[in-house]
Design a protein around this ligand. Structure first.
Ligand code: COI
Length: 354
């Protein structure tokens, strides 16, 4: 399929202060769009000026949330070139989400090529500052004008780009996380493993209540017994207990994070013991009381590696590693960003050059 390109006639001013981009507020001059119609498949791939889209008020995505998305980044290296981190994994996961949400699959190679073309066109928007990057958001949503409940027959696939800094305003400083005991994010047989809007909509109430108590995010427990740790919602979670790196196994209700997978691969390469298993919040609290909870950190594309300084479970407040960045978190952050920004060799073949 050919990709038609229509360039903007009114390019926007680029941000001048790259140390103050925030996350996901600014968008570039162009976006990628492609339509799906039943009987015709994906068609009309195009790169067009970034702008508003017109939708029927009856568009099915607005009523029943048939939507999936991805998140990845493009980085500028010291020699000025641009590269992405494991983008093939994102489009592979997008097709897993698509299958769960009864959305037609995409051609992974084609959309990766389309993304490359879009980032090439927008290369001047990729920040030059360490810690900043071009956040990439591919997404698909149902557009049929119909208010009955069924899988749609018409979809839009889009990619938008946002020069961004750290996801948390605190940067690499430890975040405060609140263990959610009232609400759940995902249930057995549900959509927890898929990157779909519903998983995030359902998390907002808990997040809002956490914010009211001055906590940044919520740590979700399993939806059946509410005792096993799952994820944070914007990132996967890791515990270092007595030198062992432990992360909840992928049971179907946890997002299979690409930074999660890469962190496991790195820790194993460094000879650390890494275990993917079910872990209860009780076990974490007991390890804390025994002085064995060395570190807690989150992993995610947006969050990168995010140390957790405080964990609140009911009345119990656990202060981890004296609220300082732990050695493993720091090593993972330095290595991951070192590879992403081209400062370290790409031993695993994770880098995709633009
Ligand atoms: C990402 O890390 O890219 C995500 O999609 C998480 C989102 C909550 C920002």
């Amino acid at each position: 399929m050919d990709i038609r390109t229509e360039k903007t006639t009114a390019p926007k001013a680029k941000p001048t202060d790259e140390t103050n981009l925030g996350f996901g507020h600014i968008f570039t001059d162009h976006m990628f769009v492609m339509n799906y119609d039943a009987g015709q498949g994906w068609h009309d791939a195009r790169i067009v000026p970034y702008g508003e889209i017109s939708l029927s008020p009856a568009a099915m995505c607005l009523h029943y949330g048939q939507e999936i998305f991805e998140g990845l980044k493009a980085y500028r290296t010291a020699d000025g070139s641009i590269q992405m981190f494991r983008p093939d994994e994102n489009f592979k996961r997008m097709n897993v989400s698509a299958e769960r949400m009864v959305i037609p699959p995409i051609d992974e190679k084609f959309v990766l090529g389309a993304l490359k073309q879009l980032v090439e066109l927008e290369k001047d928007w990729v920040p030059h500052t360490d810690g900043a990057s071009l956040y990439i958001r591919p997404f698909i949503f149902a557009t049929d004008p119909y208010v009955g409940v069924k899988p749609a027959e018409h979809y839009l696939f889009m990619i938008i780009l946002s020069p961004s800094g750290a996801y948390y305003s605190t940067g690499l400083n430890p975040v405060k996380i609140y263990v959610e005991e009232k609400y759940v994010r995902a249930v057995r047989g549900g959509t927890g493993f898929a990157k779909t809007a519903a998983n995030y909509a359902i998390s907002l109430k808990g997040q809002d209540e956490a914010h009211n108590q001055d906590y940044e995010q919520v740590l979700w427990l399993d939806g059946v017994e509410q005792k096993y740790i799952e994820e944070v919602g914007s990132m996967n979670i890791f515990f270092v207990i007595d030198g062992e790196v432990i992360t909840p196994q992928l049971t179907g209700s946890v997002l299979p994070g690409i930074t999660r997978k890469s962190s496991i691969e790195l820790c194993r390469k460094w000879g650390m013991k890494v275990t993917e298993r079910r872990i209860t919040i009780q076990e974490v609290a007991e390890a804390y009381d025994a002085g064995k909870l060395d570190e807690v950190f989150g992993t995610g594309t947006a969050a990168v590696i995010s140390p957790v300084g405080h964990l609140k479970w009911g009345d119990k407040i656990m202060t981890i590693n004296d609220n300082r960045i732990g050695a493993i978190s720091q090593k993972l952050y330095d290595t991951m960003t070192g590879i992403q920004y081209g400062k370290l060799p790409d031993e695993f073949g994770w880098i995709f050059k633009i």
